[in-house]
Ligand binder design. Structure first.
Ligand SMILES: NC(=O)c1ccc[n+]([C@@H]2O[C@H](COP(=O)([O-])OP(=O)(O)OC[C@H]3O[C@@H](n4cnc5c(N)ncnc54)[C@H](OP(=O)(O)O)[C@@H]3O)[C@@H](O)[C@H]2O)c1
Length: 288
């Protein structure tokens, strides 16, 4: 029986990246839908769960994506609410690549930095950064959430605390060179999840700090962390272990493909940030 993936995207044009990755991950047929909302998703879910017998439903799965993470989360809620009893299919949630990218970045931190860190997340308010904050907190790291605006960082702290009440989180306003230097000097790792093409951390700042690990997710020049190359993967520069966007991206792609494949193994999974992170851990353990 063919593996069919419904690609529900909140953007008008469903992501070609997500489509290609799904096919590479083993989906036989892709059904892409754009402009998906919590309202129109329900009919699509019914189409998915009423067409095959319950014991065949693991051959159908749903991927939820889109550039607006909050909108995708609302669709995910509507999708899972539309399931009942055995009439369900597995769901992968990865809007904007946020879960798979954050999982790969956090795995790099876990590989090199002892808990509780602390870890500073630059651009900690974006889709990738805020997911990284949540995953780091779940892994027992103290996290400093960096933003140009304290209120934005505070909002992420409050949202993550709702899901990880024991988390040790601190919002940090990085409004000038002095604040940035102080924040970097107080942590063991910096994870830069700022917007594409924006440099957040100049090299002299990290070079002068006792920070051990630098992870930069921005692939568009200039680098988010000056001096870190996109292809760095545990590359040592000036005594710091460095990862660049391409270095992390290989792991991200592996995790993304594994999540799609996993969704076709049973019909009752909901793969959000934490479950996707676990798949990444398992990939590491299997040596892949
Ligand atoms: N390597 C991979 O596999 C992979 C996959 C997906 C994404 N990415 C990359 O991961 C990074 C994060 O993605 P995202 O979608 O979460 O990013 P985003 O939403 O575009 O930006 C993240 C944060 O960066 C800060 N920011 C935006 N413009 C800025 C500016 N001009 N100066 C300083 N700070 C600025 C903002 O925080 P404040 O306003 O709070 O300061 C924003 O919340 C991007 O570089 C993206 O390209 C990499």
């Amino acid at each position: 029986m063919r593996k069919i993936l419904l690609q529900l995207d909140t953007d008008s044009l469903p992501s070609s990246f997500d489509a290609i990755t799904a096919l590479d991950a083993g989906a036989d047929v892709l059904l892409p839908y754009g402009n998906v909302t919590p309202e129109n998703a329900v009919g699509l879910v019914h189409g998915a769960i009423f067409t095959r017998a319950p014991d065949q439903l693991h051959h159908t799965a749903i991927f939820i994506g889109g550039s607006d993470v909050a909108a995708a989360e609302a669709v995910a809620q509507a999708v899972t609410k539309a399931f009942f009893g055995p009439m369900r299919v597995s769901v992968v949630l990865d809007p904007n690549g946020s879960n798979t990218t954050a999982a790969a970045a956090v795995l790099a931190v876990v590989r090199h930095v002892a808990r509780p860190g602390p870890v500073l997340v630059l651009g900690g308010t974006g889709p990738v950064g805020s997911r990284a904050v949540r995953l780091l907190a779940r892994q027992g790291y103290a996290v400093r959430v960096g933003s140009r605006l304290l209120e934005r960082a505070q909002r992420v702290v409050e949202a993550v605390l709702l899901q990880v009440p024991e988390a040790e989180l601190q919002p940090v306003e990085l409004s000038g060179a002095e604040a940035l230097a102080k924040a970097v000097s107080e942590v063991r790792a910096v994870l830069a999840a700022g917007a594409a093409g924006v440099q957040l951390l100049p090299q002299p700042v990290w070079q002068a700090a006792p920070v051990e690990l630098l992870v930069d997710l921005n692939a568009v020049p200039p680098a988010g962390i000056q001096g870190v190359q996109a292809t760095d993967k545990a590359t040592v520069r000036e005594g710091k272990i460095c990862y660049g966007a391409v270095g992390v991206g290989g792991t991200k792609m592996q995790i993304h493909r594994r999540a799609i494949a996993r969704a076709f193994e049973q019909n009752d999974l909901v793969l959000d940030a934490e479950q996707i992170y676990e798949l990444g851990e398992q990939l590491g353990q299997s040596g892949s």
